[in-house]
Design a protein around this ligand. Structure first.
Ligand SMILES: [Zn+2]
Length: 257
């Protein structure tokens, strides 16, 4: 697209200082909305802006590695939050004391802020999975990509009450150099996967289990789903795979930033 290619930047580059902006935004809200409503709105803006103020630029490359040394896996859970399936996935993760990364769709996070807060409170991490889950978004204009990525980030951070969204996973892996840089500039490391459990397809629990067990040699980041339909097989396969992974000597980390 004639856009200049960007070089490889290593690790954390700098801190984005948005404290002044935060104060201004809260002040304006307090000014135009007097009374208790203004207080509530200002608090909401504050928590979202606190997350923004803590953001750091991260690398633009798509990460698969774990931040935990040794034999480690990154469990990633996509397409939620969902009022039926996310609580069940949270229960099974808690049962085995496993932390995961949840790649959320913005409007679903906005519709279920209680679930987003539960995910954060349980020690899991947040990932931006766009507004519309358009797996062809890499063929759309940059303005569309920006809206998909940044609007979802705002929705998820607001629902989370100020927790940061630390990763960006393009739906179906439809990353572009532009969207990767945009996400990285907003503190979200582009996140890939090594092992697709294919829990989205119609196979049995045994099939999902065998797929993951047979492909773990590909790398540490494993993909499951807690939204987009009946995820009972996902829950059942996690209930079998997580203890098996522990028996194999794996620990659980988060993707590197
Ligand atoms: Zn997805």
């Amino acid at each position: 697209m004639g856009r200049r290619r960007f070089g490889i930047e290593g690790g954390i580059i700098g801190v984005v200082a948005a404290a002044a902006v935060s104060l201004t935004a809260a002040g304006i809200l307090a000014f135009v909305q007097p009374g208790a409503t203004a207080k509530a709105s200002a608090d909401t803006v504050d928590s979202a802006d606190r997350a923004a103020a803590r953001r750091v630029k991260v690398d633009t490359s798509i990460v698969h590695a774990s931040d935990r040394p040794g034999r480690s896996l990154n469990i990633t859970i996509d397409d939620g939050p969902d009022p039926v399936w996310t609580p069940k996935v949270l229960d099974v993760l808690k049962k085995y004391d496993v932390k995961a990364t949840f790649c959320m769709i913005g409007p679903q996070a906005a519709a279920h802020p209680d679930l987003v807060k539960r995910v954060v409170a349980a020690g899991h991490k947040l990932c931006d999975h766009t507004v519309s889950h358009n797996t062809a978004m890499d063929h759309r204009p940059q303005s569309y990509q920006a809206q998909q990525v940044l609007d979802a980030q705002k929705m998820i951070e607001k629902a989370a009450g100020g927790a940061q969204v630390e990763y960006y996973r393009a739906p179906g892996g439809a990353f572009t150099p532009y969207s990767r840089k945009l996400a990285a500039d907003h503190g979200m490391r582009p996140l890939g996967w090594n092992v697709d459990s294919k829990d989205f397809e119609s196979g049995s629990v045994e099939r999902i289990e065998a797929t993951v067990q047979g492909e773990l040699h590909l790398g540490p980041t494993v993909l499951f789903h807690d939204g987009g339909g009946d995820r009972s097989r996902t829950v059942a396969s996690l209930d079998r795979l997580l203890p098996w992974m522990k028996q194999q000597g794996y620990g659980f980390g988060f993707p590197q930033r």
